[in-house]
Design a protein. Structure first.
Length: 342
């Protein structure tokens, strides 16, 4: 291959890491190791990691690709240069089109303009689940032949957590607890956990939430029954996963749901919605619930908290589910897709 594939590393420079940033970081790190001469990472400075970086991504990046005659531009974070015919873009879900009220008007206007055009113009689209693939076909008229499903992996941070109580002490987690990890946006549906928090409190168990908000998202009112710990780094999050009685994610819409497999990999029993991409992420290793049924969610969590046998069974299934989910496999699959297009 005469010139390397350019990898858009803009999202990999962000300080707050969600699923999109995790994909970017892992691909930026792993693809150049798989084929050092076939990939080159390009990124603006960190101050352009968010909205200030849109002009860089739409204008500067394709110019750089043209100058070095790069055969492809791999964009792992939902956006790519819309005018370029060299893009391979990872689109994680179609949430802006399904849940427009979760986003600012300016962001929604941009997504409505760019997303269908990106799907149409890109050489290939990569998405993490069959659910998201179907969403792109339905909402963006994507050609199914060029939409590839590639599952994400579990980061090394969430394979083995240090046997430490530093984070528990820092966040004053002195009682048993159930954890949820989700950005603060309405479709994550955290308000449905009110009943769960009440039932768990009767058993001396807290319900805590980890996650932050984004500038483009409309933050919903806080759920008073849930203790909000805010965003945190991987080390602390791994410790909190590992020490939790259970993990719960009642989201109404997920392209996949990375926290589900992260919690499983650290030996935490999982309860999550039976809808959208979450069922694929769970892979039969979680208790699946109706995200609108607060009573059923509460019952599932109380059952896990009250039954060592059920909890142990779910933990064992979770280990089995996540054993083969590695970012190395993800990167290798992406590499094969890119090479097939050249």
């Amino acid at each position: 291959m005469a010139a390397p594939i350019l990898i858009d590393g803009r999202a990999a420079t962000r300080g707050q890491v969600g699923g999109v940033e995790r994909w970017a970081q892992e691909l930026v790190t792993r693809l150049p190791l798989i084929a050092p001469t076939d990939y080159r990472v390009v990124a603006p400075s960190a101050r352009f990691a968010h909205r200030l970086g849109y002009p860089w991504e739409q204008v500067v990046l394709p110019i750089q690709a043209a100058k070095c005659d790069a055969p492809l531009i791999l964009c792992p974070a939902n956006l790519a240069p819309v005018a370029s015919d060299r893009a391979v873009v990872v689109i994680h879900d179609a949430a802006p089109l399904r849940y427009p009220s979760d986003y600012s008007r300016s962001y929604m206007a941009m997504q409505r303009l760019l997303l269908p055009r990106l799907v149409a113009r890109s050489r290939a689209v990569i998405t993490p689940s069959h659910f998201s693939r179907n969403e792109l076909v339905e909402l963006c008229a994507a050609d199914p032949r060029k939409v590839h499903v590639v599952a994400p992996g579990v980061s090394d941070h969430f394979r083995v957590a240090a046997d430490s109580t530093d984070a528990l002490e820092r966040f004053s987690l002195q009682r048993p607890y159930v954890i949820t990890v989700a950005s603060r946006v309405a479709r994550k549906n955290l308000e449905v956990l009110d009943r769960s928090a009440e039932r768990l409190a009767d058993l001396g168990i807290d319900l805590v939430a980890v996650g932050g908000s984004r500038a483009e998202m409309v933050r919903p009112p806080a759920v008073g029954s849930i203790r909000d710990l805010g965003p945190m780094g991987d080390r602390d999050l791994a410790e909190l996963y590992r020490s939790a009685l259970a993990f719960v994610l009642p989201s109404k819409y997920e392209g996949y749901g990375l926290p589900v497999i992260e919690a499983m990999a650290l030996g935490t029993a999982v309860v999550c919605s039976a809808t959208t991409g979450l069922a694929e992420a769970a892979g039969g290793a979680a208790l699946l619930v109706d995200p609108d049924d607060g009573m059923a969610i509460a019952e599932a969590l109380v059952s896990i908290a009250s039954s060592e046998e059920l909890r142990s069974s779910l933990i064992e299934k979770g280990y089995g589910r996540t054993a083969g989910l590695t970012w190395q496999k993800t990167a290798e699959s992406v590499d094969l897709i890119c090479k097939s297009l050249i």
